[in-house]
Design a protein around this ligand. Structure first.
Ligand SMILES: *Cc1c(COP(=O)(O)O)cnc(C)c1O
Length: 408
């Protein structure tokens, strides 16, 4: 008799977004004339940059010609793309990262989950609370946790609370953890990390033999020149960190799919016999076996991000969303809300007024303003009493939503 991976039964049944959809649909049915504005979803809205589209179209034409047709590419990604990333995103910022340490993939969501393939079953794993739910759920699926309690916290995970009191940056744990997920600029709080702060994590990881999973999906939104874009800007990070990056949020590739993971060759972890094993070799083996590379067409589209026109267009996209974020911040502040984030990130994290629960505020905003956001409690127990507003929308929708909230 076939059996299932019982760990899947421990998952909270995709609670957050289905519950949002249920409440929005019920409201829309009861109020068919309401013009609902959705500022809840973490997906981009603006079209693909022209430079990327041009490169994609040209690549499609190459695929239509016997002489330039491409079959399977390298599982790690094409060298020309890895080289451009290494030079522009890393070496250009003083990070000692070689093209061979960059693995192209079809998404950071899959990579942050798949990376667990190369790690043992008995690692102590730390996540922030609130957190990008993928980090938690992939560990549950891999059997790294026990059951969830009624707050949604899984037994066996170490939750590091991030709150206004610590600037939404987790305190360095006093206990020893082996794997740590950090995301800066942060989804959902929009918080950022300074070099000094990341240095503390790097020092901790090196002292404890831990590995940091650094999710830099929103690095393009950093406007403050003093903030690091990569963890490899921190001395010693090559020996303790894996970095995840994506073309989803900077170049609008959420539907096109291209991302990258950096695994430095100097990074090692222990085998059960106590020996040190290079993680690069394991990840290379894993990708070569379970992955057959990103489409040539899409990689050419990603490469165009590094052209002069591509850089200008991506900058334009990011500035557009950041201007939305600024409007949201200013209007909400003027309306008396306490807001965080939204300066170096496309997310605004607000404290719910009058100590409303995240879901009560969700309902209030939906019913009175017809605006949809994301309840902070959906990202973790410590997100209770907070609410996420996304800047990924048209200017018109953002301005209209803010006008309605101001009139509340
Ligand atoms: C959007 C996002 C990503 C990117 O995921 P892709 O699979 O590359 O689209 C990664 N991490 C976080 C925290 C995100 O919000």
């Amino acid at each position: 008799m076939a059996t299932i991976n019982d760990n899947y039964s421990k998952l909270k049944a995709g609670y957050l977004f289905p519950e949002i959809a249920r409440r929005v649909n019920a409201f829309a049915e009861a109020n068919p004339n309401a013009q609902i504005i959705k500022l809840g979803i973490g997906d981009v809205t603006e079209p693909l940059p022209e430079a990327c589209r041009t490169a994609i179209i040209q690549a499609v034409e190459e695929m239509g010609n016997r002489d330039t047709f491409k079959g399977y590419g390298p599982e790690q990604g094409y060298g020309w793309l890895r080289e451009k990333i290494a030079t522009s995103d890393f070496q250009g910022r003083g990070c000692d990262i070689d093209a061979s340490e960059i693995f192209i993939s079809d998404g950071s969501k899959c990579d942050t989950g798949n990376i667990l393939d190369i790690f043992g079953k008995n690692n102590k794993i730390a996540v922030t609370d609130p957190v990008y739910p993928v980090y938690v759920d992939t560990n549950v699926m891999a059997g790294h946790t026990g059951a969830a309690n009624d707050k949604g916290e899984f037994e066996g995970l170490v939750y590091l609370p991030i709150r206004a009191e610590n600037n939404f940056t987790a305190e360095i744990p006093t206990e020893k953890v082996d794997l740590i997920y950090l995301c800066f600029p942060n989804n959902p709080t929009g918080a950022t990390a300074t070099k000094e702060y990341l240095k503390k994590w790097v020092d901790y990881a090196k002292a404890n033999g831990s590995i940091i999973f650094f999710d830099a999906a929103y690095e393009a939104f950093i406007t403050d020149p003093s903030l690091p874009h990569s963890i490899y800007e921190i001395e010693g990070a090559r020996d303790c960190a894996i970095e995840f990056r994506s073309f989803s949020k900077n170049a609008g590739f959420t539907g096109t799919r291209c991302a990258l993971t950096v695994v430095p060759k100097t990074l090692t972890a222990k085998a059960s016999d106590g020996s040190d094993v290079e993680l690069w070799k394991l990840w290379n083996r894993r990708q070569s076996t379970k992955f057959n590379g990103v489409s040539y067409i899409v990689q050419r589209g990603a490469e165009a991000v590094y052209s002069e026109a591509g850089q200008a267009q991506v900058k334009g996209l990011v500035s557009f969303y950041l201007e939305n974020a600024k409007i949201i911040r200013e209007q909400l502040t003027a309306a008396g809300f306490t807001v965080y984030g939204g300066i170096n990130a496309p997310y605004i994290w607000l404290k719910t007024p009058e100590n409303l629960s995240s879901w009560d505020f969700f309902d209030k905003l939906l019913q009175n303003c017809n605006v949809v956001g994301t309840p902070g409690s959906g990202f973790g127990a410590a997100g209770e009493g907070y609410f996420r507003i996304s800047a990924f929308n048209s200017r018109e929708n953002v301005e209209e939503a803010m006008k309605r909230i101001a009139a509340l």
